[in-house]
Design a protein around this ligand. Structure first.
Ligand SMILES: Nc1ncnc2c1ncn2[C@@H]1O[C@H](COP(=O)(O)OP(=O)(O)OP(=O)(O)O)[C@@H](O)[C@H]1O
Length: 319
């Protein structure tokens, strides 16, 4: 087992499937490196190849070609050793429906020599009120948290979470983020998939944006935004009659629109130099009610794929 280097690495990994007699690469030459103590987000629309990538890392699917390593191990060749270092929360999984949450986690804990205390996990994941509820009766969000708990119980050095916040309300989502941050803070490598750019920006120190089986961009969210989607929308209100020539002739301004309303004008524009524009708007134009909107990781996806994130939800191989 490696003492240094990435906790997880993928090197030119391809996974080929067949659908309706036609072969396509669901994962198409992916390279990734996930460091211990990091939270790594796999982002992408439906069918981008996130689950397939995660399941190859967890040893559940065999790559068609390329190399996957988890703490130096080939996940499909060393399944028993892999289970000692990696745990996965799958997107869907059957639970023992007649067991209560507490019973299920106690049984799960008994499989591991140094398991987490089930009661501690129940409290941490906001499941206290459901601890004596049979898993068949859980809501979607509670069930999701139980699945995450089953992945956490072995104190894995590599934690793989497939869309862990699906079905969670905002409060439960924040609790989950706290739990994930605690595990990465303790040195585990966390890999999670998400459809939420907001979640990726808030939680992940590194992300890989996937589209049609390929990684179209990877890095720290802030770096990706700076590099690919530095433009921001700026909106503000000025008095009717204010001369906007200084903005119209500004090299860093595009898409300027005006909406006149009751003696004032709401101005909306796009700029790649927010600081300079803010200075102008506040000092020379006496602008007020200023709003700045970041294009964020959505802007990165749009810039790199030409499609909005929602519009990109599709099934590769179908076209
Ligand atoms: N066993 C399989 N046989 C054939 N095609 C498959 C198989 N498993 C997945 N696929 C296809 O591979 C592509 C990638 O699927 P995958 O589940 O990895 O995407 P995803 O990014 O996780 O999507 P989602 O966000 O919807 O979970 C999809 O087109 C899917 O239909």
């Amino acid at each position: 087992m490696e003492a240094t280097g990435p906790a997880v690495s993928l090197d030119r990994v391809i996974k080929r499937y067949e659908r309706n007699g036609r072969a396509f690469n669901a994962v198409d030459g992916v390279d990734l490196a996930i460091q211990p103590g990091g939270v790594f987000g796999l982002l992408g629309p439906n069918g981008a190849g996130k689950t397939t990538s995660m399941e190859m890392i967890a040893g559940l699917r065999v790559p068609t070609s390329g190399t996957v390593r988890v703490m130096g191990l080939d996940p499909t060749a060393y399944r028993a050793q892999l289970r000692q270092v990696l745990a996965i929360q799958p997107q869907h999984a059957a639970l023992f429906e007649q067991q209560t949450v507490a019973e299920l986690l106690r049984v799960w804990a008994s499989f591991y020599p140094d398991a987490e205390d089930p009661d501690h996990l129940i409290a941490e994941l906001g499941l206290t009120e459901s601890r004596n509820v049979r898993t068949a009766k859980l809501s979607g969000g509670q069930r999701q948290r139980v699945l995450v708990a089953t992945a956490l119980i072995s104190r894995p050095r590599v934690l793989v979470l497939d869309e862990p916040s699906t079905g969670l309300d905002p409060g439960a989502r924040q609790e989950l983020w706290t739990v994930i941050r605690a595990r990465s803070g303790a040195g585990s490598a966390v890999l999670l998939s998400t459809h939420s750019m907001e979640e990726a920006t808030a939680l992940c120190d590194q992300v890989a944006i996937m589209h049609r089986g390929r990684v179209v961009a990877s890095g720290a969210p802030a770096d990706l935004i700076r590099k690919h989607a530095a433009e921001r929308r700026l909106a503000f209100t000025v008095m009717h009659g204010t001369d906007l020539t200084v903005l119209r002739s500004h090299a860093e301004v595009s898409g300027l629109t005006e909406n006149h309303d009751n003696g004032s004008v709401r101005v909306d524009l796009t700029t790649s130099d927010t600081d300079a524009l803010l200075g102008l708007v506040t000092s020379r134009l006496s602008g007020r009610d200023i709003q700045i909107r970041d294009a964020g990781l959505e802007g990165v996806f749009l810039r790199l794929t030409g499609a909005s994130f929602e519009a990109a939800d599709e099934i590769p191989g179908k076209a």
